[in-house]
Unconditional design. Structure first.
Length: 344
């Protein structure tokens, strides 16, 4: 453990000294405020530790390792770069890798924040902890368990505590010289008058202790850390992880914020806001689309089905229904073939 001379040393000594000069209430108040700051910091650290634990628990502990066309369940820590693992529908991807066989939809919301499943095919990259929501795929591992995107995010959260603010760095540098100077000055104030000038020791001992108390940098020691920790605590309660006190102070310089991911400012649920039809009524269009999409689990499909319920439009039977991966769905309604999906 690294040992440093900090302003906290002087604060503790001054608090003890305050009782000798009959001003213990000031010392007790300083220690109480310091204890509160420590408690808030512990709370914030616990939130960070829980975030790291929850993040790492997203990754499966076991994986289906492919050897000689057979799959064996093994611990993910034993899998090396270049190994091939299989991922079933409904399973989480155990390690970062590239698809070498199969296609599927993957829910990457835990990693990227994107709420809509992403279609992946051969040569596309997939991330550990993302959920395979469709078909069986084989992936070639590109990162070991200790170096996956999830593991890197967890490591960054751990490193966040080291990002001290400008004020905290100044206090550390200041205390490095200020603390020993005051301690030495107080001792000299007690000894020099009594040893060299034969003055009353009790009087100068009292004055030396008084110097310690009045020189205690309580405001300097507690103000900035307490404010930053309070901010981090409030943000942690709201589910927001900040990379350190450094960024709390830099926040005042922000004049533009960009939100990239669905669900950051919204509920993360798609909704139909308008229906534009051509040579067909809106109700009929929604009926056809919702009847087909009711057989799909895609988030866009769920939004269309929800719209049919809002418009009170009944569904009709669908025949020869088929999901065309990466494109959409198709099926027969009253012997008419309908396609719903992307421009592809």
């Amino acid at each position: 453990m690294e040992k440093k001379i900090t302003a906290n040393i002087l604060m503790v000594v001054a608090a003890i000294a305050s009782f000798f000069i009959l001003h213990g209430q000031e010392g007790a108040t300083a220690i109480l405020l310091y204890a509160i700051a420590e408690h808030l910091e512990d709370f914030t650290n616990e939130k960070s530790r829980k975030a790291i634990k929850d993040l790492l628990e997203l990754t499966p502990k076991e994986a289906l390792l492919k050897l000689n066309e057979e799959y064996t369940s093994v611990n993910t820590n034993s899998i090396k770069i270049g190994d091939i693992v299989g991922v079933k529908s409904g399973m989480k991807v155990p390690l970062d890798g590239v698809i070498i066989k199969g296609t599927s939809y993957f829910d990457e919301s835990a990693i990227t924040g994107e709420s809509i499943p992403v279609y992946k095919e051969t040569d596309d990259e997939v991330y550990a902890a993302s959920l395979n929501s469709d078909s069986f795929v084989d992936i070639r591992v590109t990162r070991e368990s200790s170096n996956t995107i999830v593991a890197q995010i967890a490591e960054r959260i751990k490193e966040a505590k080291k990002n001290k603010s400008t004020h905290e760095k100044f206090i550390e540098r200041f205390a490095k010289y200020y603390t020993p100077a005051i301690l030495i000055g107080s001792i000299l104030l007690m000894l020099i008058p009594t040893v060299f000038f034969n003055l009353n020791f009790n009087t100068w001992f009292y004055r030396g202790l008084t110097l310690l108390v009045v020189s205690c940098p309580c405001a300097l020691t507690l103000s900035t850390p307490l404010a930053n920790i309070s901010a981090l605590t409030k943000l942690a309660k709201e589910g927001i992880m900040v990379k350190g006190n450094k960024y709390i102070e830099l926040a005042e310089k922000i004049d533009l914020v960009a939100f990239d991911k669905t669900g950051t400012l919204t509920e993360g649920k798609l909704k139909v806001f308008n229906v534009i039809s051509h040579n067909i009524s809106k109700e009929k269009l929604i009926q056809i689309m919702a009847s087909l999409e009711a057989l799909s689990e895609h988030p866009i499909a769920n939004a269309i089905v929800a719209q049919s319920k809002t418009m009170d439009v009944p569904l009709v039977p669908v025949n020869s229904f088929q999901i065309v991966k990466g494109m959409g769905v198709e099926g027969l309604i009253d012997d008419n073939l309908y396609h719903i999906g992307s421009q592809k």
